[in-house]
Design a binder for this molecule. Structure first.
Ligand SMILES: NC(=O)c1ccc[n+]([C@@H]2O[C@H](COP(=O)([O-])OP(=O)(O)OC[C@H]3O[C@@H](n4cnc5c(N)ncnc54)[C@H](O)[C@@H]3O)[C@@H](O)[C@H]2O)c1
Length: 381
């Protein structure tokens, strides 16, 4: 079995999830990590043999097959370009970059070098979202006319909650939309097979200023400090986005995206309406799917070898009754991405840099739409 040599850049919240889940594949060795703040501590805690403060040094010295980019959004471009320039395949966290221009250049470089270049839209890889995609493709719901839902969180509810994500120079023009709306839109398009062709958005920022801690805090930290340990800063990104969509197959839709709804730590809902049936997937119960039928009782389909679409079977890790969650979805996505390094002809379901560019266009057009308060078409949708 070929063992792939991997380096992970960024060992905050999601870098650790990458590290843990990619190790579960069995054919990947995480030979190094790079982090400009905590490389040594992370390497010791996670038992990684090599660590670097500078990702460039890691890429130059470690003879890598793959780099996972798990750093703040504004760093994705330079790290991905450097890795690809050195002929290393890339798995980039979402959003792919902070602008359409950067994302476009990243796609061009991946094509020029013939590399695997993926974006980690992991919600595609829950068995039941995959099942939903397959039954829609088979026509089980009938033609789909509506795609609606929400993605809510609450970790930025208080004015003392802080993250680099709040600042547009680090997050991109949008925050909630780029951070979690991009997941919802990717999932909606993936399961329905319909692309978003036009958007109309209205943003809301509930705090015009926030209190930034004077020391570094990791994402989702609930640490509290005394008054003098904060600096008041202006906020130029949205807490809430209300968005209407038109889809390429004729469906219409809407989504509420928020990072300030108390009690909703991570709550994703997707409701698809078809002429025959409806289907609803919710992140509170990722292992089931609700199928709505007008003249019969609602069916709860549970993840299992006997219950899911045959094309979903490869995305199930454990037998019926054994829950699979967030980390398992990462593992399934990484399995496909690594398989594609040496098997390029097969069709894969992971998000590519093409999909990442499309998501950047959606984020940017949603931003413009809210600013101009009007519908905006998505070019080349
Ligand atoms: N797929 C998902 O569900 C998911 C979930 C969370 C975050 N993310 C994405 O992952 C990325 C990181 O988010 P996070 O929540 O882990 O952030 P974080 O703030 O918890 O961690 C970022 C880490 O990157 C390091 N870092 C920053 N700049 C660096 C550089 N130039 N070189 C090396 N290391 C650097 C920091 O020291 C920190 O350890 C973001 O793009 C985010 O959108 C994706």
């Amino acid at each position: 079995m070929k063992i792939y040599r991997t380096g992970i850049v960024g060992t905050g919240f999601i870098g650790k999830v990458h590290l843990e889940t990619v190790r579960r594949l069995g054919n990947v060795e995480v030979v190094a990590i790079a982090d400009n703040c905590q490389a040594k501590e992370a390497a010791e805690a996670l038992n990684v043999p090599n660590y670097f403060a500078d990702y460039k040094e890691m890429i130059e010295k470690m003879d890598l097959d793959m780099v996972h980019i798990c750093t703040p959004n504004f760093t994705h471009f330079e790290i991905a370009m450097y890795a690809m320039e050195h002929n290393v395949n890339v798995i980039c966290e979402k959003p792919m970059a902070t602008s359409i221009q950067e994302a476009g250049l990243m796609l061009e470089k991946a094509k020029e070098k013939g590399l695997v270049a993926a974006v980690n839209f992991h919600n595609r890889f829950y068995p039941m979202t995959n099942h939903l995609m397959n039954i829609i493709k088979d026509g089980e719901l009938g033609n789909v006319f509506s795609i609606t839902g929400s993605y809510c969180q609450d970790w930025l509810l208080y004015p003392t909650d802080y993250s680099w994500r709040l600042i547009s120079s680090q997050s991109g023009n949008t925050r909630a939309v780029a951070d979690i709306g991009s997941h919802w839109m990717d999932l909606a398009e993936f399961v329905s097979g319909q692309k978003i062709t036009a958007v109309c958005a209205d943003f809301q920022t509930i705090y015009e200023t926030r209190k930034k801690p004077n020391k570094q805090v990791l994402a989702f930290s609930t640490e509290k400090f005394s008054e003098e340990d904060y600096t008041e800063i202006p906020i130029d990104t949205e807490d809430n986005a209300h968005i209407l969509f038109r889809f390429s197959g004729g469906a219409k839709g809407s989504a509420f995206i928020s990072q300030v709804i108390a009690g909703k730590s991570v709550a994703i809902d997707l409701l698809v309406g078809g002429y025959e049936k409806s289907a609803e997937w919710n992140s509170a119960d990722v292992n089931s799917l609700e199928i709505g039928v007008r003249d019969d009782s609602t069916r709860h389909v549970e993840k299992g070898g006997a219950t899911v679409h045959r094309n979903t079977l490869p995305y199930i890790g454990y037998p019926f009754g054994h829950a699979e969650g967030f980390a398992d979805a990462f593992k399934q996505g990484f399995r496909e991405i690594y398989e594609s390094i040496d098997n390029r002809e097969k069709q894969y379901q992971y998000a590519t840099f093409e999909d990442g560019v499309h998501e950047m266009v959606l984020c940017e057009k949603i931003f413009e739409s809210s600013k101009e308060q009007k519908w905006i078409d998505i070019p080349d949708a």
